[in-house]
Design a protein around this ligand. Structure first.
Ligand code: ASP
Length: 322
């Protein structure tokens, strides 16, 4: 008989109305895990009970440690993490970066609070538990199960604020057909990195977005104020306006790593354009993020830096795990 361990962190799935204070994460993991799962057994533990918009890197480290501890338990076949949807793709990607187990860790959440007339949380938890227990999903790493679709954490992002199925991207690995889980693909994975050390909590990686009329002032400020790395969310395939190539050069010379990603929701970063575009940004020392969006690129950069990757090692290490 398969066993799944559910870790609660809060989010809408655990939220209830508190009058003027708005909807607040309240329900425990035990309450979320209450459904009957036939042959499956589910145990639970609260890691946090908070909105995911409040999470710090220290919180992400705590969640990553809790997931690895649960996966290491020989009596557990898979792990479910209930999580707010706002930043779910960030936690999911950090978990994927350090995931060395053949068992799955499956994140889920809800778009409707627990006390709404038609909460989506119970169904999402049920499907996530099925996915976490599924032998067909072994070696698939960290997954996001939501509204009948299971996708890889890598490349996923919240693409709609209110839709019942808010996540897009990431390889779609399975879907529900009635109560059956149908597995259709395998995600592309990278070798697991070590868990973040305590220094991860204070690692500062800022995201600066390119836009028409942008000056490099905010970028320079991030470097001056002690950022360990900056992710430049360029336009299109990874471009930025006047002054950015020089700012990247200054940052890299000062020991601050620069990653070039894109503000476009999908597609790779490719150094094609000169005149201050991606070709010049990369020549100045920015490391292209490949297909990684700025939010996930930021977490890879923070993890590598907290693991002691030097600025000379950074480009190769980032490229190997992106
Ligand atoms: N809208 C969010 C959720 O789905 C709030 C949060 O991220 O905690 O849970």
């Amino acid at each position: 008989m398969a066993h799944v361990h559910l870790l609660g962190t809060g989010g809408t799935i655990a939220s209830r109305g508190h009058g003027d204070r708005g909807s607040v994460a309240t329900d425990t993991a035990a309450e979320l895990a209450r459904a009957r799962y036939g042959e499956l057994t589910v145990s639970s533990r609260d890691v946090l009970t908070t909105g995911s918009y409040r999470l710090s890197l220290a919180d992400l480290r705590l969640i990553a440690e809790a997931v690895q501890e649960a996966l290491a338990d020989p009596g557990t076949d898979g792990v479910v993490v209930t999580h707010g949807t706002d930043t779910l793709e960030e936690t999911a990607f950090l978990l994927e970066l350090v995931h060395g187990s053949a068992k799955s860790a499956v994140l889920t959440g809800a778009q409707q609070p627990a006390d709404s007339a038609a909460p989506d949380g119970p169904r999402n938890v049920e499907e996530a538990v099925l996915a976490a227990a599924s032998p067909s999903l072994r070696d698939s790493g960290v997954l996001i199960s939501f509204d009948g679709t299971v996708r890889a954490a890598r490349g996923a992002r919240k693409a709609h604020t209110t839709a019942s199925s808010p996540f897009c991207g990431g390889t779609e690995v399975a879907h529900m057909a009635g109560h059956e889980l149908v597995v259709t693909a395998r995600p592309v994975r990278r070798p697991a990195l070590p868990l973040p050390p305590a220094s991860f909590d204070a690692t500062r990686v800022e995201i600066i977005t390119a836009h028409t009329g942008a000056t490099p002032d905010l970028f320079d400020f991030a470097v001056r104020s002690g950022a360990h790395a900056v992710v430049l969310a360029g336009s299109g395939v990874g471009n930025a306006g006047p002054g950015f190539a020089e700012a990247v050069e200054r940052a890299v010379a000062a020991g601050c790593a620069v990653v070039l990603s894109t503000r476009a929701p999908w597609g790779p970063v490719l150094p094609i354009y000169g005149n201050g575009g991606g070709t010049d940004l990369v020549a100045a020392g920015a490391v292209p993020s490949g297909d990684l969006n700025p939010l996930q690129a930021r977490l890879l950069a923070a993890l590598l830096i907290s693991l002691g990757t030097s600025s000379t090692e950074f480009p190769e290490a980032f490229t190997a795990h992106r």
